[in-house]
Design a protein around this ligand. Structure first.
Ligand code: NAP
Length: 305
């Protein structure tokens, strides 16, 4: 009998994982925020995945954190700022051999979760897949990609990776997950805040090449200093390539701000600035970028953490 995939965070990425796992015949249960969200989910009859323009309903069972069933495998698919509180609510249900898979972008939330459940194996993921909700309980698979998984503390891959293959979730296990997470964080820091401040698509940053290059130099310095030289390699070239390849897209931070949603700033640019300060590294342009972004978010009445 397969271990049940409990999934907390039935948003874009959580729903994308849930519906593909369920489609492969694997046992999945969604953990909803509270009884009101659970009732709304029950009324919808399940999750709908829209792929290649075709919508398919998956009647995956739902529950709240109050349910008593023990949890052996938990996919945490909340935003970075919600991950640790969501896991804290479920900690009493985790079995001694439980494993957590953390899908959060950026850095900082993984350590917060691990500190909350120190006996539990925490596997981090870095994904280039893209999904968005066009309504509650309905997710659109917007961009095919790849998910890297790894556990810096224990390099041995878990056996359930086979289930991801069965579910058609493209993935690979890596002993260098931290390097992947840092590299993605650096790309995000060089692109996303500027798209918000210049109010432009990614391609609009081609008009701000000097600013981008200065940030890349500081980010590379930070990566070297915090023991991630591989994440610093050719950073500027990759940032320029991403800007070109995704020129027509709005960055995730731009979209969050546009939709008046809280951003993940503290786990991206904020994390980079915090680590720089810890290393007593003076990165004036990165620090100024953070201050400009925080001021901008406050002007819009959005949380700046
Ligand atoms: P999202 O659509 O906002 O979904 C987050 C979900 O978490 C929401 O459904 C929210 O519930 C739920 N949630 C929060 N706290 C909860 C709690 N205590 N109990 C139960 N549910 C809770 O976010 P997302 O876009 O999937 O992003 C998740 C993470 O993946 C982020 O770190 C993001 O950066 C990363 N990521 C996303 C994508 C993508 O394409 N979307 C790609 C790569 C990485 P409510 O619905 O009740 O608010």
């Amino acid at each position: 009998m397969s271990t049940t995939w409990h999934i907390v965070g039935a948003g874009s990425l959580g729903s994308l994982w849930a519906s593909r796992l369920a489609r492969a015949g694997l046992p999945v249960r969604l953990i909803l925020r509270d009884t009101a969200r659970h009732a709304a989910y029950q009324a919808a009859g399940g999750l709908t995945l829209v792929e290649h323009g075709e919508a398919q309903l998956y009647p995956i069972p739902g529950e709240t954190s109050d349910s008593e069933e023990p949890i052996r495998r938990l996919l945490v698919a909340c935003k970075a700022y919600d991950a640790e509180p969501a896991v804290a609510q479920l900690a009493h249900r985790l079995t001694a051999d439980a494993e957590l898979i953390l899908l959060q972008n950026g850095l900082g939330s993984q350590d917060a979760v691990a500190a909350r459940v120190p006996q539990t194996r925490c596997i981090s993921a870095s994904s280039t897949e893209g999904a968005f909700r066009d309504s509650d309980w309905r997710v659109v698979f917007a961009g095919h990609g790849y998910t890297w998984l790894g556990d810096a503390a224990h390099p041995v891959a878990p056996i359930w990776l086979d289930e991801l293959s069965a579910a058609g979730i493209p993935h690979a296990w890596t002993p260098d997950i931290l390097t992947r997470l840092w590299r993605k964080l650096a790309l995000n820091c060089a692109i996303n805040p500027l798209t918000v401040l210049h109010d432009c698509r990614n391609g609009g940053l081609q008009q701000h090449q000097c600013e981008v290059a200065t940030l890349c130099a500081e980010l590379a310095e930070l990566l070297e200093r915090c023991g991630q030289p591989a994440a610093a390699e050719d950073l500027q070239q990759e940032v320029e390539r991403v800007i070109q390849a995704t020129a027509a897209n709005f960055s995730s931070m731009y979209q969050d701000v546009h939709h008046q949603r809280r951003t993940e700033i503290s786990y991206l640019l904020g994390h980079a600035c915090k680590v720089a300060a810890r290393h007593q590294l003076n990165l004036p342009h990165l620090a100024q970028l953070e201050q400009r972004l925080i001021a901008h978010l406050r002007t819009l009445g959005l949380p700046s953490d």
